[in-house]
Design a protein around this ligand. Structure first.
Ligand SMILES: [Zn+2]
Ligand SMILES: [Zn+2]
Ligand SMILES: [Zn+2]
Ligand SMILES: [Zn+2]
Ligand SMILES: [Zn+2]
Length: 240
């Protein structure tokens, strides 16, 4: 019971810690060591709980006042440098590191028991098994890495191919553009044909008009001759 509230478990350390680093209240390695006026050293939490019941040193029975307790920073740092084993040793972690790096290691230890990070999943697993679990976790969700905005599940990720979809749309659009261009070209050719046809028609009309003009001119000339002939004839007849 004492170990829970006080110092570090002796079992945690690679080498057996020095006697001077042991708290006489909890028998663990000092956690946040403090020194009382009598020079005895304890875990801060251990001595604070002790003092709630009696205000004397548990080692020498001298009076101890809460206001005369000092944190031992240097000793705390020295303890932080002691090598410890990973708390997941039973699970299979063989790592050793300074006590001060315990938290850091637990955040990346492959043998740490973690909860599945995907919302709604209640699975508890070792960190190293997360990748295998994620492959069939029903709650796995991840935004498409192409940045299309779709949130994929394990079921949809295999079918999802927004790049292909985009290409398909692009190609369809290109094809429709090509079709429109071809239709426009056809229309233009048709108009050019019509224009050429009309030009031919017009020139034919012009030609026939010219022919008619000649005919009219010829007729008019003949008429004038007739008039002149008849005039002379008339005058001659009237004069006679
Ligand atoms: Zn203690
Ligand atoms: Zn003492
Ligand atoms: Zn570990
Ligand atoms: Zn899961
Ligand atoms: Zn996508």
């Amino acid at each position: 019971m004492c170990l829970q509230s006080g110092g570090y478990d002796l079992e945690l350390f690679v080498d057996v810690p020095d006697d001077g680093l042991i708290c006489s209240i909890c028998q663990g390695v000092l956690r946040c060591p403090v020194r009382a006026a009598c020079h005895h050293v304890f875990c801060k939490r251990c001595i604070m709980q002790w003092l709630k019941r009696q205000e004397t040193c548990p080692c020498c029975r001298k009076p101890v006042s809460q206001s005369l307790i000092f944190v031992m920073f240097k000793l705390s740092k020295a303890i932080g440098r002691l090598k410890i084993k990973c708390r997941n040793e039973i699970q299979g972690c063989r790592a050793t590191f300074p006590l001060s790096e315990q938290y850091c290691h637990s955040m990346s230890c492959p043998f740490e028991l973690i909860s599945c990070p995907y919302q709604g999943c209640r699975a508890q697993l070792l960190r190293r098994d997360l990748e295998a679990h994620a492959r069939h976790c029903e709650h796995w969700r991840q935004p498409c890495h192409m940045g299309c905005g779709a949130v994929l599940s394990q079921r949809t990720r295999t079918q999802h191919n927004c790049y292909q979809e985009l290409r398909r749309q692009y190609e369809a659009k290109q094809q429709s553009h090509r079709a429109i261009a071809a239709a426009l070209q056809r229309k233009m050719r048709k108009m050019q044909n019509t224009m050429a046809h009309m030009k031919r028609q017009i020139s034919l009309i012009c030609e026939s008009l010219e022919v008619m003009d000649d005919v009219v001119e010829v007729d008019e000339a003949e008429e004038e001759e007739d008039v002149a002939e008849s005039g002379t004839a008339g005058s001659s007849s009237s004069s006679s």
